[in-house]
Design a protein around this ligand. Structure first.
Ligand code: PL3
Ligand code: FE2
Ligand code: FE2
Length: 235
């Protein structure tokens, strides 16, 4: 007979970190995070070449990303997992391609929207939802990382806010081209995230809330933000 206790077994119970299923999902999720941190480093360094008077600050942000990458590499080692880096490179390829194109065209607002708003909001949502269901070692590391990611989101937000008059149209276009990519990345990761006891709708909600808050700070109205968000549904 099913006992009351069994029936009420909390949905947010910690997963079995030693199971083969967990490790398999972790090999992809962890790789995505490592690749994301590496690309974030490269992206901030690249943006520094477009705004030389910001190069020093941007290389400071970039260094933080390398520290994050090392932390998450340690998380995989701690669980005895090998990150599937080939998978992660493919996962980021579309967004990476759009960033490289914007970089080649010298489009700072697009580069900042992709890296400092979309990727950072994505990372913040993932880390928020991961922390309560992480193993103790990874939880400590992730808690330290998420604070830094707010610094990064804030950097992009402040630059775009200071330049809103001249960047508004470019941002609308960049949002239309890249928000659907982030949505599909969330869809792709949902199955593995579920194995880690991370809920897809929680991820989506947390992502949208950081992104929307950043857009409000930059100076878009609520109605304009709703239109920007609609791009993810239509796109
Ligand atoms: C920028 O600072 C970092 C970019 C990283 C991108 C993160 C993507 C997150 C994918 C989903 C999940 C989970 C968290 C698990 C951590 C080992
Ligand atoms: Fe990071
Ligand atoms: Fe970051």
């Amino acid at each position: 007979m099913a006992t009351l206790e069994a029936a009420a077994a909390p949905n947010d119970a910690l997963p079995d970190f030693t199971s083969a299923t967990y490790k398999d999902a972790y090999s992809r999720i962890n790789a995505i995070v490592i690749e994301g941190e590496q690309e974030a480093h490269d992206n901030y360094m690249a943006i520094g070449t477009l705004i030389p008077d910001q190069a020093e600050e941007l290389s400071r942000l970039a260094r933080m990303e390398l520290k994050h990458m090392k932390g998450f590499t340690a998380c995989a080692n701690n669980l005895g997992v090998t990150a599937d880096m080939a998978f992660a490179k493919q996962f980021f390829a579309p967004l990476h391609g759009n960033f490289q194109k914007a970089l080649a065209e010298g489009k700072v607002p697009t580069c900042l929207l992709i890296q400092a708003l979309l990727i950072e909001a994505f990372a913040i949502s993932a880390y928020h939802i991961y922390i309560p269901v992480a193993d103790p070692f990874a939880r400590k590391i992730t808690e330290g990382v998420v604070k830094d990611e707010y610094t990064h989101l804030n950097y992009g937000q402040e630059w775009l806010k200071a330049n809103l008059d001249t960047v508004r149209e470019e941002l609308e276009q960049a949002n239309r081209e890249n928000l659907p990519l982030v949505r599909s990345m969330l869809e792709q990761v949902a199955g593995d995230a579920a194995v880690l006891h991370m809920d897809k709708e929680d991820l989506m909600a947390d992502f949208l809330s950081s992104y929307q808050e950043a857009l409000l700070e930059i100076g878009f109205t609520g109605r304009e933000i709703a239109r920007l968000a609609a791009a993810a549904l239509v796109g």
